[in-house]
Design a protein around this ligand. Structure first.
Ligand code: SAM
Length: 280
């Protein structure tokens, strides 16, 4: 039997990891909770798993306890990278630490390993841009199990007609089935954040809900939800010269409001926008 790993509190003290707010550092020290998050990710056997922001390595330990073929952890804090050295030694043949900014980490470059699973307690300040980046490369991903602040999680899983329904909902649900797994109270973290957190599962669909170009979909949702209380004929005026024609060819009432439309309707608008933007 290998020696038990030192408790996470000891790792944090040994490597002097005082939490830095600008790095979104709120650590999970309860290994049972880390295991629960990993269980929410389903069967990881034989998979390559990418973890963003391993910190002192609680969730990382739970991932390495599974039969994942490989765990790749991307971390930008050198103190945390040093703190992972025990794990690197113990799991030398299946654990890699990538030092750097996760926003620069190209998940599609791992394509040789098959689709990867992404599992992370995300740094909240970059959680949304990270998710958008993964959605752009969704063909490289088998599943994502991600902890967000609750308010962002609610936007991801929202239904049309609700206040949380917006740009992020449409783009995420266009490409993935999104499901809330469970909430985690602030007291579970060291130091505790101000808000509740939520673990979300995002399962890439076999095919997107409807055909659309992602850049055009992002453009129509930005314009439509940028003025969400307005009728679409007025909200889309910032985007195209003739919003009523765009809405009509998409089969959408000019007087409708963004939050009432299902994702497929935004895809129809994105296709119309693509036609307008296409060189003649
Ligand atoms: N996974 C650990 C846990 O659950 O205890 C730590 C999670 S903590 C919420 C976020 C982690 O992301 C921190 O370790 C932080 O240093 C790291 N981080 C913050 N911004 C990052 C970025 N842009 N790229 C990579 N890691 C980042």
């Amino acid at each position: 039997m290998p020696e038990p790993l030192p408790p996470l509190r000891e790792i944090i003290a040994r490597y002097g990891i005082r939490a830095r707010r600008q790095l979104g550092q709120h650590f999970l020290l309860d290994l049972n909770l880390c295991r629960r998050i990993v269980r929410a990710a389903g069967d990881l056997a034989g998979k390559t798993v990418v973890e963003i922001g391993p910190g002192p390595g609680g969730l990382t330990r739970a991932l390495l306890e599974t039969e994942a073929a490989r765990v790749i952890a991307v971390e930008r804090d050198p103190r945390c990278i040093d703190a992972l050295s025990d794990l690197s030694r113990r799991y030398a043949n299946r654990f890699d630490v990538v030092a750097g900014d996760a926003l620069d980490f190209d998940i599609s470059a791992l394509a040789g390993t098959g689709r990867v699973a992404v599992v992370a307690n995300l740094p909240y300040n970059v959680a949304t841009p990270l998710l958008i980046g993964w959605l752009r490369n969704v063909d490289s991903i088998s599943a994502m199990t991600l902890m967000f602040q609750k308010e962002v999680a609610e936007r991801i899983v929202a239904a049309p007609g609700t206040g949380a329904y917006g740009r992020l909902t449409v783009v995420a649900q266009w490409l993935c089935e999104a499901r809330r797994a469970f909430d985690v109270a602030p007291t579970a973290f060291v130091p505790p954040p101000r808000v509740t957190s939520t673990v979300v599962n995002l399962l890439p669909r076999g095919a997107p809900l409807a055909p659309a170009d992602m850049a055009c979909l992002e453009a129509v949702t930005a314009a439509a939800f940028g003025r969400r209380r307005k009728m679409l004929r007025s909200a889309l005026a910032s985007l195209v010269d003739d919003p009523e024609a765009l809405l009509e060819q998409a089969g959408i009432a000019a007087t409708a409001r963004a939050e009432t439309l299902p994702p497929e309707a935004f895809c129809a608008l994105a296709r119309g926008l693509a036609r307008i933007r296409a060189p003649r």
